[in-house]
Design a protein around this ligand. Sequence first.
Ligand SMILES: NC(=O)c1ccc[n+]([C@@H]2O[C@H](COP(=O)([O-])OP(=O)(O)OC[C@H]3O[C@@H](n4cnc5c(N)ncnc54)[C@H](OP(=O)(O)O)[C@@H]3O)[C@@H](O)[C@H]2O)c1
Length: 327
Amino acid sequence: MRMDRSFRALQVDKDRAPALGRVDASTLAQGDVWIRVAYSSLNYKDALAVTGRPGVVRRYPLIPGIDLAGEVVQSDSPAFAPGDQVLVTGYGIGEEHPGGFAELARVAAPWVVPLPGGLTPRDAMVLGTAGLTAMLAVEALERHGALADPKPPLVTGASGGVGSLAVAVLSAMGHPAVASSGRPEAAAYLGRLGAGEVIGRIEPASRPLSSQRWGGAVDVVGGDTLAAVLACTAHGGAVAACGLAGSSQLCTTVFPFILRGVALLGIDSARCPYDVRVEAWNRLARLVPPATMALVGREITLDDVVSASEDLLAGRVRGRVVVNVGG
Ligand SMILES: NC(=O)c1ccc[n+]([C@@H]2O[C@H](COP(=O)([O-])OP(=O)(O)OC[C@H]3O[C@@H](n4cnc5c(N)ncnc54)[C@H](OP(=O)(O)O)[C@@H]3O)[C@@H](O)[C@H]2O)c1
């Protein structure tokens, strides 16, 4: 496939509005694999980067987009050849390296994951970092034994990207979750994803320990929600902490840990080891059926990324947003 000297991309720069335009291919960072990006996706981190919020972009100017999927067009690594269908998530793309909101990406070969069998690049981006994170969180609970508890698992921020996919994955594994969402109108959607019960947002805990309601939990909210989730987790259970959609603070007591043996498990999808990530992607591809992809994913183009980012941060986005980069 021919590689153009310039490509279309969305770029952010300090103290400037994001700009959609052509970028010279020579500006791409070092890397031994060039990928024609077909699809990217919009994650919480991307929305922060695109709207100029601090904490994500590590150098300017930058092409955001922590996820991408497409076709290898050139490779200096024997591990990949032109025509290979691949995906990349994390490893600092869209944060310190140019990311997926562009027609062309250049990345290090050790970051590149072959597209799992059965997935299209679009499917891979419906899942994206959110799907990988949900899978890693559920696997952490599984390893801990928390899914063996007769009490169901809890998922917070359930109508968001990570939350929706955690509900879907848990259901596919035979563990219908209690889905906690601040959006009552998402109840039918969460039911179709396989939630066993839909509840409102978790209220802050009034006591260090409350009645034991769930065997384990996937939490994307952090803050008082995470503290309350810990206080209601069953003896021997575990909570996989994934996010900070509510707050990055955690004010709790040690009682869930020392009186109930509850474990707090940290999830980092961006730097998770390559073999773990490949296995998680393959498992995700087996567990999430096409009907779920269709239900969860909404498609936009690069032209829509800025407004969709505002919507995501304002809590107006349900499920996942895939970005058709060629569209
Ligand atoms: N650890 C990792 O590797 C990793 C990877 C991906 C994402 N994350 C983090 O996980 C979090 C979720 O990411 P996402 O892509 O799923 O984002 P998202 O699609 O925006 O979903 C977040 C959900 O959290 C809930 N929420 C938002 N604000 C809230 C608040 N103030 N209080 C309580 N609930 C609130 C909402 O769900 P309801 O309306 O249904 O309540 C929202 O849909 C983010 O903090 C992100 O940075 C971490």
